[in-house]
Write a protein that binds this ligand. Structure first.
Ligand SMILES: [Zn+2]
Length: 54
């Protein structure tokens, strides 16, 4: 799983202040926040959820 910046879509994301605040920082554009894109295989996850629901 990779983290992506929601602002510039960069993968250059690090934990902000050592992750103690639960925030992330984008080294590329300077974005800081709790919202990051978790770049997993979203399609597979959706399929799993459908199977569970069904
Ligand atoms: Zn960014």
């Amino acid at each position: 799983m990779k983290l992506r910046c929601p602002s510039c879509k960069s993968y250059d994301i690090v934990h902000y202040m050592g992750a103690q605040f639960g925030k992330y920082e984008c080294k590329n554009c300077g974005y800081v926040g709790v919202i990051v894109i978790e770049d997993t295989n979203e399609k597979q996850i959706k399929k799993r959820n459908k199977r569970k629901a069904a």
